[in-house]
Design a protein around this ligand. Structure first.
Ligand code: AMP
Ligand code: ZN
Length: 468
C-alpha cells in the first residue's frame, strides 16, 4: 500500500513492523458535546483506512481513546477544560456529560457504518500509566516541575518540528496570538504533562500523584493509551490535520522521550470539512450534526458517500446543494443495485480483475473516488452476470460500508422525499384538471431533473427513480 506520511511529507510504501499485522492508533473524540459532521469525516476516513487494510489482508489492531479529561479549550494549554465547560453548560457532572456524549458519538458512528474500534479506552481510566510515563520523563530530564505543574521541555526533544514541517518561529506566531503565556513554562512551546496548580478552581476531575492532586495534560493520554494497548512500536497514527500541531507533535516528543527510540512510522491525517465560514468547528457556535441532517430527511450514509467521493487529503466543502447531489447519486446507485437479478450465477473469470482494481485504488493512497469508479465499472460491465455484480459489490462494500445491497422490502428513497413527490403529483393532477398544461409539464420536468420520472397510466401517476 502506498500512503502519504505526514512525517516525511511523501507518499510512501507502507510496511508494518510485524508482517501482516498493523498497530493503529486513532485519536478519539472529546466528549463534551455532539460530534459535528467535520469530526465524523475524520472518523469515516479512519474507518475506510482500517477496512482497506483488512481488504488487503492485514490484521489491524486498532485502539482509540475517548477524551474525558485534560483537553483545554486551546490545544496549547490555555483556557478551561472542555469537559468542565460542557458540564457547566448543562448543569451536570463531568461524568454525566462524558457518558452522554460518548454514547451519542457511537450512535453517530453506527448510523455512518463506522465500526467501533476493538479497543476504546477512556482517558480517565489510565491515570497510573500517565504517572509512570511522566516519572520516567522527569528522570530522563525531558520534563521539569515548575510552580507545581510538570512540563515537557521541547528543546530536549529530538527533531521536535519534523511532523509539522514548520519551525519554531512560524508555529509561535499562531500560539502567541491566541494563548496567554503560562509563566511557569521555560519555553513557550513547552506543554503540560500534569497540572496540580489548576487555573480552574472548579476542576472536578482530580487524582493523587507524586506532584500533588491534579490532572493530566491532554497529549499524554494518547501516548499512554497507545503504549499500554499497542506496545512500544506503532505502525499508524491518525487524526485530523489540526492534530498535527501541537497534539501529535507533543505525542511524538513525550513517547519517544519515554521509550528512547522511534515510536510510530506512519502519521496519516485527514483534511477538514469546511462550511461557508471555513473550518467547521464547535467554537463557531452552530454546527452540523448527523441528527440534524437526518431530521432534514438525509440518509447518514449519503453523507458517508459524499465524503468518499473526495480524497481524504483534500479539503471538502460542505453545502446542502452538494449533499443533495450526493444523496441523489447514492439513491440512484442503490436503486440500480436493487434491480439486479439475485439468481445464483457466478462468473469467475473477471472477479480477480475487479478485485485487483479495487485493491489498487486502496493502495493508491486510499483513493476512495477510484474505489467508487471500480464499483460503477462493475455495474456497467455487460459481460458480468447480475449475480457476479452483486458478489463484487458485496465484497467492495466491506470497505465502503454504504449498505449498497438493500433488503427486499427496503425503500430506496426517504419518507420525506416520497411525500414530496406525492405532493408534486397531486399539484400536477390539479394543474392538468385546470388545463394548465404548462405548469403540469413544468412539475414533471423539474422532478425529472431531480432524477424522478413520472409514469402516467389509466390507473394514475406513479414514479420511478432514474438510473444515473
Ligand atoms: P475533537 O473531538 O475535538 O478532539 O476532534 C475529533 C477529531 O475531529 C479530531 O481528529 C480532529 O482532528 C477532527 N476534526 C476537527 N474539526 C474537523 C473538521 N472541520 N473536519 C474534519 N475533521 C475535524
Ligand atoms: Zn490523540
Amino acid at each position: 500500500m502506498k500512503i502519504y506520511n505526514t512525517l516525511t511529507k511523501t507518499v510512501e510504501q507502507f510496511t508494518p513492523n510485524e508482517e501482516n499485522t498493523v498497530r493503529m492508533y486513532t485519536c478519539g473524540p472529546t466528549v463534551y458535546h455532539y460530534a459535528h459532521i467535520g469530526n465524523l469525516r475524520t472518523y469515516i476516513f479512519e474507518d475506510i483506512l482500517e477496512k482497506g487494510l483488512e481488504y488487503l489482508g492485514y490484521n489491524v489492531l486498532r485502539v482509540m481513546n475517548v477524551t474525558d479529561v485534560g483537553h483545554l479549550e486551546n490545544d496549547s494549554d490555555d483556557g478551561e477544560d472542555k469537559m468542565q465547560k460542557g458540564a457547566e453548560r448543562e448543569h451536570k457532572s463531568v461524568y454525566e456529560i462524558a457518558d452522554f456524549y460518548e454514547r451519542a458519538f457511537f450512535k453517530d458512528c453506527e448510523s455512518l457504518n463506522i465500526r467501533k474500534p476493538k479497543v476504546v479506552e477512556r482517558a480517565t481510566k489510565h491515570i497510573d500509566t500517565y504517572i509512570e510515563m511522566i516519572k520516567v520523563l522527569l528522570d530522563k530530564d525531558f520534563a521539569y516541575i515548575s510552580n507545581g505543574n510538570v512540563y515537557f521541555d521541547v528543546t530536549k526533544a529530538n527533531n521536535y518540528y519534523q511532523l509539522s514541517g514548520k519551525n519554531q518561529d512560524e508555529l509561535y506566531v499562531g500560539v502567541r496570538d491566541t494563548v496567554e503565556n503560562d509563566k511557569s513554562k521555560r519555553n513557550p512551546q513547552d506543554f503540560g504533562l500534569w497540572f496540580t496548580v489548576s487555573k480552574f478552581s472548579k476542576q472536578e476531575m482530580k487524582w493523587d500523584s507524586p506532584w500533588g492532586v491534579g490532572y493530566p495534560g491532554w497529549h499524554i493520554e494518547c501516548s499512554g493509551i497507545s503504549y499500554k494497548f499497542l506496545g512500544e512500536y506503532l505502525d499508524i497514527h491518525c487524526g485530523g490535520v489540526d492534530n498535527i500541531f501541537p497534539h501529535h507533535t507533543n505525542e511524538i516528543a513525550q513517547s519517544e522521550g519515554f521509550l528512547g527510540h522511534k515510536w510510530c512510522n506512519y502519521w496519516i491525517h485527514g483534511e477538514h470539512l469546511n462550511d461557508s465560514k471555513g473550518k467547521m468547528s464547535k467554537s463557531n457556535g452552530e454546527f452540523l450534526t448527523i441528527d440534524l441532517l437526518e431530521s432534514k430527511g438525509y440518509n447518514p450514509l449519503a453523507y458517508r458517500f459524499f465524503c468518499l467521493q473526495s480524497h481524504y487529503r483534500k479539503v471538502l466543502e460542505f453545502s446542502y446543494d452538494a449533499l443533495d447531489a450526493a444523496q441523489k447519486t447514492y439513491d440512484k446507485l442503490r436503486n440500480k443495485i436493487k434491480k439486479l437479478d439475485r439468481t445464483p450465477d457466478l462468473h469467475e473469470s473477471k472477479l480477480d480483475y475487479y478485485k485487483e482494481r479495487f485493491s489498487d485504488a486502496i493502495n493508491n493512497d486510499l483513493n476512495t473516488s477510484s474505489m467508487l469508479t471500480v464499483l460503477y465499472d462493475v455495474l456497467k460491465d455487460n459481460e458480468l452476470s447480475d449475480f457476479t455484480k452483486l458478489y463484487l459489490i458485496e465484497d467492495f462494500d466491506k470497505v465502503l460500508s454504504l449498505d449498497l445491497i438493500m433488503d427486499d422490502d427496503e425503500k430506496i428513497i426517504s419518507e420525506e422525499t416520497e411525500s414530496m413527490i406525492l405532493k408534486k403529483i397531486e399539484e400536477r393532477n390539479l394543474a392538468k384538471k385546470n388545463k394548465d398544461f404548462e405548469t403540469a409539464d413544468k412539475i414533471r420536468d423539474e422532478l425529472f431533473d431531480q432524477g424522478i420520472k413520472l409514469i402516467d397510466s389509466r390507473e394514475g401517476t406513479t414514479y420511478e427513480i432514474i438510473e444515473g
